[in-house]
Design a protein around this ligand. Structure first.
Ligand SMILES: [Zn+2]
Ligand SMILES: [Zn+2]
Length: 95
């Protein structure tokens, strides 16, 4: 399964999800979480931060997100979590 970077119009493609997440965290500018102000890597890790550190209600309030947008992100998180080796990603990002 191929993975595509969905940030803006990047569209870079990757063989595995770990490479895609590392790409998002290293090639794209970091963002400030609109809920707590923490600087987080863009892309999947930003979504993961928001959905694990904050409630859905906080996310919706801070980003003006629709329930559709929330569902899409929850699905993405589940999908990535089911296939990604988070340990490998963390190791890669520490280098
Ligand atoms: Zn990208
Ligand atoms: Zn936050």
């Amino acid at each position: 399964m191929a993975w595509e970077c969905g940030i803006d119009d990047c569209g870079a493609g990757f063989e595995d999800v770990e490479s895609a997440v590392v790409h998002q965290a290293t090639e794209h500018e970091r963002r400030e979480c609109q809920v707590c102000g923490t600087i987080v890597p863009d892309g999947y890790l930003a979504i993961r931060h928001t959905f694990t550190e904050h409630s859905r209600a906080e996310y919706v309030r801070a980003y003006g997100a629709s329930s559709e947008a929330v569902r899409e992100r929850e699905e993405l998180l589940e999908e990535v979590e089911s296939v990604a080796d988070m340990q490998a990603i963390a190791t890669e990002l520490k280098r």
